[in-house]
Design a protein around this ligand. Structure first.
Ligand SMILES: Cc1ncc(COP(=O)(O)O)c(C=O)c1O
Length: 389
C-alpha cells in the first residue's frame, strides 16, 4: 500500500496517459493527466493475487457458479454500507455506463425524457442522447459554494413526458454526499412524477472522513421503482475490467431487465468477476480505509494550494477524488482559464460544460495520484495564475 510510488503508465494503453497528447496536446513527458477518473495506484494485493491465480492456472474459459461472487457483494454492502440485498436482485453488466444504457433501453422509449440533476457525470447524457431519448437538465442550486437540490424549481419543469431520473450519489462532479433528507426528497420527486429512479452509486466507497453515504435502497417508499448501480471499479482502480452491478429490488422490473439482457446476449467477463470477489473482502476493506486517508491528504493539499489563488475555489470534496474547481471569480473567459491550465500548467483536465448546465465556469481535476504529483500540479497552477496575486 505505497500510494506515494510513481508508476510509469505511459505506453500501457492507459486512456488517461496515452490519450492526453492526442486530445489535449499535452505531452505525458512533462504534462500531468488529471482528467479520466482512474487512479495512478495499484489495486490491493488480494485483487492482483486473484489475477495471478488465474494466470498461474492458465485456462481462461467461460465462468460458472457465481454463488461466492454474489455472496461477496452481499457481504460488502452489509459490512460497509449497512444494506442487506437479495442475491437474485444482482445483475452484472459491462460497467456502469453499460448499466445506464441497459436501464434507459429497458425502462424508457425513444422520445421519452430522462431527468438529470446537472452538472453531472457526462456519460449519462451521452447514452441518453445516443438512445434517442431526451435529456431533461434540472440544474442543481449552487449555495455557499455547495450544490443543493431544488425540487420546487424542478417540479415546475416537469411536463409529464419524463419517465426516468438518473441520480449520481455521491455526486460526480460536485463531490456531495447527499443527506437522507435530500435522498428522501429525490424519492418523493420520483414518485410524484412517476419516474423510474436509477441511482448510480459507483463512488459510494470513496467517502471522506466525517461523511457517510446512504444507499438509496434504504430510503422509504422507493423500492418499487428503484435501480441501484454499484461497482468495484472506482473503489479498487480496476476500471479496465468493465464490470458493474445493476441491482433491482422489484421483481417485475427484474423480469423486464432479464429479458433485455437475454435479447442483447450479455454475459459477464470472468476477469471482472474474479477481481470483484477478491476485492470485496476484509483485505480489500483495509486497503480502502488506507486509500481514503491518502486521498483526504491529497484533497487538503490541493484545496489549500488552489484556494490560495484569488478568484479560484475548489468545491469541498465530501466524496470522490474529483475536485470541481470554480474559476468564475477570476473574471476570465472560459477559454482563458482553460488555456492557462492546459498550455500554461500543462495539466489535462475535464471541461465543465461537458457535465451539463451549471458547469460552464468549472474544470474537474483528478487528485488520485501520488502526492508529489498533486504538489507539482498545485505549484504549476499557482505559477500560471501568478499575475492574480
Ligand atoms: C458516476 C459514474 N458512473 C459511471 C462511471 C463509469 O462507469 P464504468 O467504467 O463502470 O462504465 C463513472 C466514471 O467516472 C462515474 O463517475
Amino acid at each position: 500500500m505505497n500510494f506515494d510510488e510513481i508508476i510509469d503508465r505511459v505506453g500501457t494503453h492507459s486512456s488517461k496517459w496515452d490519450m492526453m497528447e492526442p486530445i489535449y496536446g499535452v505531452s505525458p513527458k512533462d504534462g500531468i493527466p488529471m482528467w479520466v477518473a482512474d487512479m495512478d495506484f495499484r489495486p490491493p494485493q488480494c485483487v492482483s493475487d486473484a489475477i495471478k491465480a488465474m494466470h498461474d492456472h492458465g485456462i481462461y474459459g467461460y465462468y460458472g457458479d457465481d454463488r461466492a461472487y454474489r455472496a461477496s457483494i452481499q457481504w460488502w454492502m452489509k459490512e460497509r454500507h449497512g444494506w442487506t440485498l437479495e442475491k437474485d436482485a444482482i445483475f452484472t453488466t459491462h460497467g456502469l455506463v453499460n448499466g445506464t444504457a441497459m436501464c434507459v433501453d429497458t425502462f424508457t422509449q425513444p422520445g421519452d425524457g430522462v431527468v438529470l440533476f446537472t452538472p453531472v457525470y457526462h456519460a449519462f447524457a451521452r447514452v441518453i442522447k445516443a438512445a434517442g431519448r431526451e435529456v431533461v437538465e434540472c440544474p442543481l442550486a449552487l449555495e455557499a459554494g455547495k450544490y443543493r437540490m431544488d425540487f420546487d424549481a424542478w417540479d415546475a419543469q416537469m411536463t409529464g413526458r419524463e419517465k426516468m431520473l438518473i441520480l449520481c450519489s455521491p455526486h460526480n462532479p460536485g463531490g456531495r454526499v447527499w443527506t437522507s433528507d435530500e435522498l428522501q426528497g429525490v424519492a418523493d420527486f420520483a414518485r410524484r412524477h412517476d419516474l423510474v429512479l436509477v441511482s448510480d452509486e459507483i463512488h459510494h466507497d470513496l467517502v471522506m472522513p466525517g461523511h457517510r453515504h446512504i444507499p438509496m435502497a434504504t430510503i422509504d417508499g422507493i423500492e418499487d421503482r428503484l435501480i441501484m448501480m454499484t461497482a468495484t471499479t472506482k473503489t479498487f482502480n480496476i476500471a479496465g475490467s468493465h464490470t458493474g452491478n445493476v441491482i433491482i429490488p422489484n421483481a417485475e422490473m427484474r423480469a423486464r431487465f432479464t429479458a433485455r439482457v437475454a435479447a442483447m446476449g450479455l454475459s459477464a467477463n470472468s476477469f471482472g468477476l474474479f477481481m470483484t470477489e477478491a476485492a470485496y473482502s476484509p483485505q480489500g476493506a483495509a486497503w480502502v480505509d488506507a486509500l481514503i486517508l491518502y486521498l483526504d491528504g491529497n484533497r487538503k493539499l490541493f484545496d489549500e494550494g488552489v484556494n490560495a489563488i484569488p478568484g479560484v475555489r475548489s468545491m469541498p470534496l465530501e466524496s470522490t477524488y474529483l475536485a470541481w474547481v470554480d474559476f468564475s471569480g477570476t473574471g476570465m473567459p472560459r477559454e482563458e482559464f482553460t488555456n492557462r491550465v492546459e498550455s500554461g500548467a500543462r495539466i489535462a483536465v475535464n471541461h465543465g460544460p461537458t457535465f451539463g448546465k451549471g458547469g460552464e465556469n468549472f474544470l474537474r481535476f483528478n487528485i488520485a495520484t501520488p502526492r508529489s504529483r498533486v504538489a507539482e500540479a498545485v505549484t504549476r497552477l499557482q505559477n500560471t495564475f501568478a499575475d492574480l496575486q
